[in-house]
Design a protein around this ligand. Structure first.
Ligand SMILES: NC(=O)c1ccc[n+]([C@@H]2O[C@H](COP(=O)([O-])OP(=O)(O)OC[C@H]3O[C@@H](n4cnc5c(N)ncnc54)[C@H](O)[C@@H]3O)[C@@H](O)[C@H]2O)c1
Length: 395
């Protein structure tokens, strides 16, 4: 594969389409060769834009005749594992949208398949590559946070409009929220935090508890938009609650707090993070017009006794010193890509891993560890918040 552009097929043409700009920027590394979507209309839209690629409405046909080295799985979550495993069995590398799997068994199956086929599998957790998140990683790697004690990641994004089609039927997101009580979308919050804490290298997540508030805002939304007679407008019609809080304890004793709220009516904050160490602290912005804030005992202002004053530094104050090398090199291109540049780096890292024979930044073990919070949160809620052990997938 060395020096040859990766021939990529996209599966699931909606989220997949947001990678158009990225594909353009990465054309020396990645060539789009096929699109697969069960919707013929969607396939036709792609073929209009990319007349040289092949179009498929059947996934098995894509794997047989798609002329691709890798597939980018951007379908609804329920298809991720099955499609990833059949792709690897057909000799294709896989990059999968989040989250990777919704049962612990499926997490193990993914790992077994990667081990057997020796192909590259990566989860496309784009939030790990966002500029402030990588800058914090760089500062951490220089030891400036001291010993880490606490980390937080929240994904707050009112997605109620994505749960119903215009005719009032439920989308796949709606079906999931209707049936599932637990943490429904943890990886955007947990991914960057897990990288900061060295989960999988210097620390391990041991156990987790989840608590969920009642489904109050979602039936209210249905009532307002589809009328009080809609079956999902009734109290109790949604199992999934408005706000889920997951606590995770690591082997080193670090406490991680992950909140997912995709239902409450409020402006979004999909990139809320905090990190606390014995020598430094980080708080992400609450909205687009705030700066990320940092205080570092060795570099920022301190009181005489070494304690922090009442002021923070903006993270950008340290930009020239701690910008992550990836952002140094690709700032302009990445800034024009989706999800704070994450969409660019995720695909570039995947292509590089295959072409250079290196480990992807988010490998199958990371995918399993971060995704298994979904089924484990359900188990914990069922037992009224009792902590549930997190499997040691790397053993
Ligand atoms: N990383 C991110 O920031 C991010 C952002 C949005 C969505 N996502 C993820 O992307 C995935 C897709 O989300 P979406 O918003 O595009 O969903 P969507 O429902 O809007 O679109 C899904 C597309 O997949 C097609 N599809 C459905 N089943 C299929 C199958 N079996 N085979 C092939 N195509 C199939 C549908 O026709 C549709 O075009 C999800 O896993 C979601 O979690 C990630």
């Amino acid at each position: 594969m060395k020096n040859k552009p990766l021939r990529l097929a996209v599966v699931g043409g909606n989220r997949g389409a947001t990678f158009n700009k990225v594909l353009d920027a990465l054309k020396s590394k990645v060539i789009l060769t096929a699109i697969c979507d069960i919707s013929k209309e969607r396939v036709d839209e792609w073929l209009k834009q990319y007349p040289d690629i092949k179009g498929f409405t059947n996934y098995n046909d894509l794997l047989e005749k798609g002329e691709c080295d890798a597939v980018f799985i951007a379908t609804p979550v329920e298809f991720h594992v099955e499609q990833a495993i059949s792709a690897m069995k057909a000799g294709k590398h896989v990059i999968s949208e989040v989250f990777a799997a919704d049962t612990v068994d499926d997490c193990w199956k993914l790992i077994e398949t990667v081990k057997k086929t020796k192909l590259t599998y990566m989860m496309a957790e784009n939030y790990c590559f966002m500029r402030p998140n990588l800058m914090v990683q760089n500062i951490l790697d220089k030891g400036l946070f001291g010993q880490l004690t606490y980390a937080e990641g929240h994904y707050i994004h009112d997605c109620r409009h994505l749960r119903l089609n215009q005719d009032g039927s439920l989308t796949w997101r709606g079906e999931f929220q209707k049936k599932f009580i637990g943490n429904t979308y943890p990886t955007h919050s947990l991914g960057p935090v897990a990288k900061w804490l060295g989960i999988g290298t210097t620390d391990r997540m041991l156990r987790t508890s989840t608590f969920v508030s009642p489904a109050a805002a979602t039936p209210e939304f249905v009532k307002r938009n589809f009328g009080a007679k809609h079956p999902m407008a009734k109290p109790g019609s949604w199992k999934g609650g408005d706000s889920a809080s997951t606590i995770i304890e690591t082997e080193k004793g670090v406490v991680i707090n992950i909140r997912v709220d995709a239902n409450s009516p409020r402006p979004h904050n999909m990139v809320h993070y905090q990190l606390q160490g014995t020598k430094g602290s980080y708080i992400s912005p609450r909205h687009d017009f705030e700066d990320p804030l940092i205080w570092l005992q060795d570099l920022s202002k301190t009181e005489k006794n070494g304690q922090a004053p009442h002021t923070w530094d903006t993270l950008w104050k340290w930009g020239s010193r701690f910008e992550h090398p990836l952002w140094h090199k690709y700032l302009e291109i990445a800034q024009s890509a989706g999800h704070g540049g994450g969409d660019f780096f995720v695909l570039m890292d995947f292509a590089d891993a295959i072409q250079k024979g290196t480990k992807p930044y988010i490998d199958v073990y990371d995918a399993a560890e971060w995704s298994c919070i979904v089924p484990l949160s359900k188990q914990s809620v069922k037992s009224k918040g009792k902590p549930v052990p997190i499997p040691d997938f790397r053993k």
